[in-house]
Ligand binder design. Structure first.
Ligand code: ASP
Length: 582
């Protein structure tokens, strides 16, 4: 037997018991006549004491030879500590070691395996298995496990069945590039890895499964950011004989259940906001509603005063940054530079200060007198001490720019607190999105999303205005899930493919199987998917999803630990009938 207890378990209750522990050597304190070792495993740390007087000289010598991260087994007696450590559960006891076995020696690790480590990100990724020994990483993986368990239990209790869908499939149109896998048995042909199990879950509804879920890996070959990984996990769901309202209720329930578990609070009904309202008020379809700075449009107050930039703009819109009128010239200039960076791309910004002495002044005093500025301040509901920031331009450009500024200020002013949660639904998304570059419409969600029945006539006359029965769940400024009511009628689905520019042949080749299934009695159905990695990160008060994935990829999509992707042997290429053309 390697151990009678874990390293997080023993306390004064176990006094004088003979125990055996196993684990890693975290630290060694050698005082010459005595040696103390912190022994670590997943469950905690237990202090071992080696003492020639109380046991043997030999054991003390053995202990002195141990190094950090050696894997050892120690047998001994639980004794009370002279100097107790109230910070850890085992802090009142230690083990007087009588027998020591080295199970494995270890090379000096490339970084210290402590909560605060000296290892940089790349180094820790390379030795991820060592990083996982550290509490901050270990705890995140355990948290993820707990959330997965809760999700499974909740959905099972509601009658959902977990069904696995294949990983070697055909392209699914979720708007990203596919990862592809060449087929040896069908040379020149490729599987695609699923961007999501979308078509399969719809087929499960045709198959009568009624309520499906799966915690499932999805693959999208996209440029990476901190909150994106090429392979990620979804909680994927689909329901038959439901309307949008049914789906919203179930998944609002699931989210509230997880939030209650974490915060202890009831979350009640989640607010709902239409896409249009979200764009107008927050410049963003995933608004962080934990803080204000709502957009206020001021066109009618600022136009016609000879300020050309505003006169020529399609939209003049701003935010009120409460309590920031004391920002210095330098601070404001820095913010202006921030919005002018190419990532944001604004051409400038106008400020209006409602000073603490009641005077209202601005960077455009030449064009606007005190009375004009007062009206602007009133429109924002600004009070003494507030700072108004205004931006202008084309509405589809200026809204995201101001939204980025709002989020940045939210961060800088500490308004985006990790332990505060503000979920909401964003609904009534447009069905289609116009792409200037290719001069055609794309499905905003995916091509299986149903238009709102009352908007179907607009498909002919004004397709950009058609709203979809599509919804996103937003938490703290992040889209954590999204879905839609599906088209379940063959004719409408085929019309949709037409709108999206698929020829009959292309639609048949890519989605013939689904259209075919719709011939055999498809029930009305709807569903959604949550991004599980992101959900877990946010629930844990964090936004970096990589921290919650055991073996993540870096920003260039590499696994630096196993060194993938990597070239393959010529024989493998030959079997697949592939030539590398580099
Ligand atoms: N398959 C969709 C996605 O991955 C979710 C859904 O519509 O259910 O975003």
């Amino acid at each position: 037997m390697f151990r009678t207890h874990t390293n997080g378990e023993l306390s004064l209750k176990n006094l004088n018991e003979k125990v055996t522990l196993s684990g890693w050597v975290q630290t060694i304190r050698d005082k010459g006549f005595m040696v103390w070792i912190d022994l670590r495993d997943r469950y905690g740390i237990t202090q071992l004491v080696f003492d020639a007087e109380r046991t043997s000289a030999e054991i003390l010598e053995q202990a002195k030879k141990l190094g950090r991260e050696f894997v050892i087994q120690a047998e001994g007696t639980v004794i009370e500590r002279a100097s107790k450590n109230p910070k850890i559960p085992t802090g009142e006891i230690e083990i007087l070691v009588e027998k020591l076995t080295i199970l494995n020696s270890a090379e000096l690790p490339p970084f210290t395996i402590e909560d605060e480590t000296d290892g940089g990100e790349e180094l820790r990724m390379k030795y991820r298995y060592l990083d996982i020994r550290r509490n901050p990483v270990k705890e995140k993986l355990i948290f993820r496990h707990k959330m997965a368990q809760k999700v499974r239990n909740y959905l099972s209790d509601k009658g959902f069945i977990e069904v696995e869908t294949p990983v070697l499939i055909k392209s699914t149109p979720e708007g990203a590039r596919d990862f592809v896998v060449p087929s040896r048995m069908n040379q020149g042909q490729f599987y695609a890895l699923p961007q999501s199990p979308q078509t399969f879950k719809q087929l499960l509804m045709v198959g009568g499964m009624d309520r499906y879920f799966q915690i499932v890996k999805c693959f999208r070959d996209e440029d990476l950011r901190a909150d994106r990984q090429p392979e990620f996990t979804q909680i994927d769901c689909e329901m038959a004989f439901v309307e949008q309202e049914d789906v919203l209720n179930i998944f609002e329930g699931l989210t509230a259940h997880l939030l209650k578990d974490i915060t202890g609070n009831e979350f009640g009904k989640f607010p709902r906001m239409t896409f249009d309202e979200a764009m107008k008020t927050y410049g963003n379809d995933k608004p962080d509603i934990r803080f204000g700075m709502k957009f206020v449009e001021v066109d009618e107050l600022v136009k016609g005063k000879d300020f050309k930039i505003f006169d020529e703009a399609e939209l003049v819109v701003g935010i009120n940054v409460e309590g920031c009128a004391d920002y210095t010239r330098k601070q404001i200039d820095e913010l202006i530079d921030w919005v002018k960076r190419p990532q944001i791309g604004a051409s400038g910004m106008v400020w209006v200060k409602f000073q603490n002495d009641g005077v209202i002044t601005s960077s455009v005093n030449k064009f606007y007198n005190e009375e004009d500025l007062k009206k602007i301040a009133e429109k924002f509901g600004a009070k003494e001490g507030d700072l108004i920031l205004l931006m202008s331009g084309n509405s589809n450009k200026v809204r995201p720019q101001l939204s980025a500024l709002r989020m940045e200020l939210g961060n800088r002013l500490g308004l985006r607190k990790g332990n505060e949660f503000a979920p909401l639904w964003v609904i009534d998304f447009p069905l289609l999105e116009w792409d200037e570059e290719t001069g055609r419409f794309y499905a905003m969600h995916h091509p299986f999303t149903s238009p709102k029945p009352e908007d179907i006539p607009l498909l002919e006359t004004d397709p950009g205005k058609v709203r979809a029965n599509a919804y996103d769940m937003v938490l703290n400024g992040n889209e954590i899930g999204g879905g839609s009511v599906r088209i379940f009628n063959k004719e409408l689905q085929s019309r949709m493919f037409d709108m999206l520019g698929f020829s009959k042949e292309e639609a048949e080749a890519q989605f013939g199987f689904l259209m075919n299934a719709f011939k055999y009695g498809a029930p009305p159905h709807a569903g959604l998917a949550f991004g599980f990695d992101r959900l877990v990160a946010i629930l844990d008060g964090n936004e970096v999803i990589r921290d919650y994935i055991a073996f993540p990829k870096n920003n260039s999509g590499r696994d630096v630990m196993i060194d993938a992707p990597s070239p393959i042997h010529n024989e493998q290429l030959e079997e697949l009938a592939l030539k590398i053309n580099l």
